[in-house]
Design a protein. Structure first.
Length: 124
């Protein structure tokens, strides 16, 4: 099977998700799933557990500011609703009703060479 080539944008997105997952692991979080998808509903980039908290993370990797003042603001109300609905499916699938849900945007900023310069976790 032929390997699919990633665009630079896809490569940087994956690199940002990997960096966010590593930070979480280093802080003692248990990564439960990455890229959890429900057809016609939505996707969650990272789902991590820390004690009684279930962290639902949308990772946004950016080179520059562009249209939005920062990458957290690029998570629109529509995207938030999709993430929340998808999280409901995950909670039901794994019977995690006793967990506190924490929704966050992970802002990953990199330079023109692709080096990650900053990672911020912002509640949404």
């Amino acid at each position: 099977m032929k390997e699919r080539k990633l665009t630079f944008r896809q490569y940087m997105g994956n690199k940002g998700e990997d960096a966010a997952a590593k930070i979480l692991k280093d802080k003692g979080f248990n990564i439960l799933r990455r890229n959890y998808r429900i057809h016609n509903v939505g996707e969650i980039d990272i789902i991590a557990e820390n004690g009684d908290d279930l962290h639902i993370l949308e990772v946004r990797t950016r080179l520059n500011i562009g249209y939005y003042p920062d990458s957290a603001e690029s998570v629109t109300d529509s995207k938030r609703k999709k993430v929340i609905k998808t999280a409901g499916f995950f909670v039901a699938e794994y019977n995690l009703y006793d967990k506190n849900l924490v929704f966050e945007v992970v802002m990953v900023t990199h330079d023109k060479k692709g080096n990650i310069k900053r990672i911020d976790f912002i509640p949404f």
